[in-house]
Ligand binder design. Sequence first.
Ligand SMILES: *[C@@H]1O[C@H](CO)[C@@H](O)[C@H](O)[C@H]1NC(C)=O
Ligand SMILES: *[C@@H]1O[C@H](CO)[C@@H](O)[C@H](O)[C@H]1NC(C)=O
Length: 515
Amino acid sequence: MRSFWLLPLLSLPSALSNSATEQIVFSNGYHPIDQSVVKNVVDQFLSDAKKAILKGKKNMQNWIHDGREYIKQNDLLYELVSHPAFGSHQLRLTEPTLCDPSVKQYSGYLDTQEDKHLFFWFFESRNSPKDAPLIMWLNGGPGCSSSTGLLFELGPCRISDEGRNTTVNPHSWNTHANIIFLDQPVEVGYSYSSSGNSVDTSPVAGKDVYAFLELFFVRFPEYSSLPFHIAAESYGGTYAPNIANVIYKQNKELSLATSGSSQLKIINLASVVLANGLTNPYVQMGSIADWACEGPYAVYDDPSGPQCEALRTKIPTCQRLINSCYSFNSRLTCVPALLYCNSQLFGPLMQLGLNPYDVRRKCDRAKDGELCYREMDHVATWMNDGKNKAFSRQGDGAHNSALLLPDLINDGVRLLVYAGNADMMCNFIGNERWVEQLDTKFYDEFVAAQSIPWITIEGGVLAGTVRSAGRGGFGAGNVTFVTVHEAGHMVPYDQPEAALDLITRWILDSPLSLD
Ligand SMILES: *[C@@H]1O[C@H](CO)[C@@H](O)[C@H](O)[C@H]1NC(C)=O
Ligand SMILES: *[C@@H]1O[C@H](CO)[C@@H](O)[C@H](O)[C@H]1NC(C)=O
């Protein structure tokens, strides 16, 4: 089941592992990941933090120097950062030189009293880091590490040589931004919990991310006043709105508190960026037949043929179940909704021999790996299957996270939703629809807005289309939807130059419609 770590949609609860529905979905047989390849990657990259911490617990030294606290675990030196407002959290920092030695880097863990340890890796901007905005990137999952984004998509380096080496990525998002890759929630990627504590639902994870940011800004105040953007892919479309909401509410409280009475910093939340996300399952599940039968990469030849008809007949039941999850939020309503929609809608689509994250590609899982990307297996090491299960047991993926966004947007936080048009898992049609339905003060303007060409600045390439509301065309918009052409679920992987153009213009708030 770990093949579906990019999305919880297909990770059915283990309790039902013998049910007939799972037989339908998983009957085409997945093969275990080649452990020797995986091991190479581990040896290469896991050599720092986690290994030392897990093995080195008995062998520690602690001291204070220049007002800073340090700890030595095995041969690794960490600086410890704490904050009076977060007595139960601390940051453990190192300064690695891997991946992009040309820029300043910090990595390490957020430790919590409940023995959770969230791994992060920060890279300074390659250009004017003092003024460049700050992005936090979260991959989807659950069970999917931000290291996928780092090493495959938008990070300063990419894995090469089957995981034995890396190459510099010239289109890294740290070209014009400072960027933090955070593995959250706990037990995702490098993050770990030795007591087996796990965070089951997105809102809980938001509090840890907030603590992380505050601690990070205590230690690195130089980044705290920069515009802050939270960007997330895939299932991140569910937890980024939750995290943004926690930040927004804390900011409100802080601004009401008598000045100086709090030691917390207001976080300069500028935008939320959702990449091929799952945010409003009701609307998005409802779009599956339209995408599969009539989209630019339709997988069935005949839009009124029996397969398309069958797919369409399942949608009302799927939506009715999701509706009861929305109305009566409990495992009893939300888990069945996920189960039904996954097996009945995605089930048949998974039998087609296509890569569900990019249907332009075929997928033979025996050859291409469980995830349909051969290279992805090299990073699969960081994934932790356990997490997948905890999330879908709660039915977390069936909630409408879009509801968390309007307050923020009406108060000046911008929203960018983009989607590669060849992705079947979180297709662009459903993403555009939920954005169109967002009940904000930009609603009328967005509904009336046309999709217009988006052309990259450097290459002059028609990379997709953009539809936008707010700022009257003088900025990148307050609510903006972008379709990326010739791209699947992981846009920066398929279209690195276009993705860099998009994020750079977005964070600099410069119109995407101009060329
Ligand atoms: C890693 O890749 C670089 C070029 O990107 C190359 O110069 C170097 O020799 C490689 N290292 C190994 C161990 O293969
Ligand atoms: C739109 O976004 C800008 C930031 O680019 C913000 O200053 C402005 O207040 C937002 N517009 C509205 C009407 O909220």
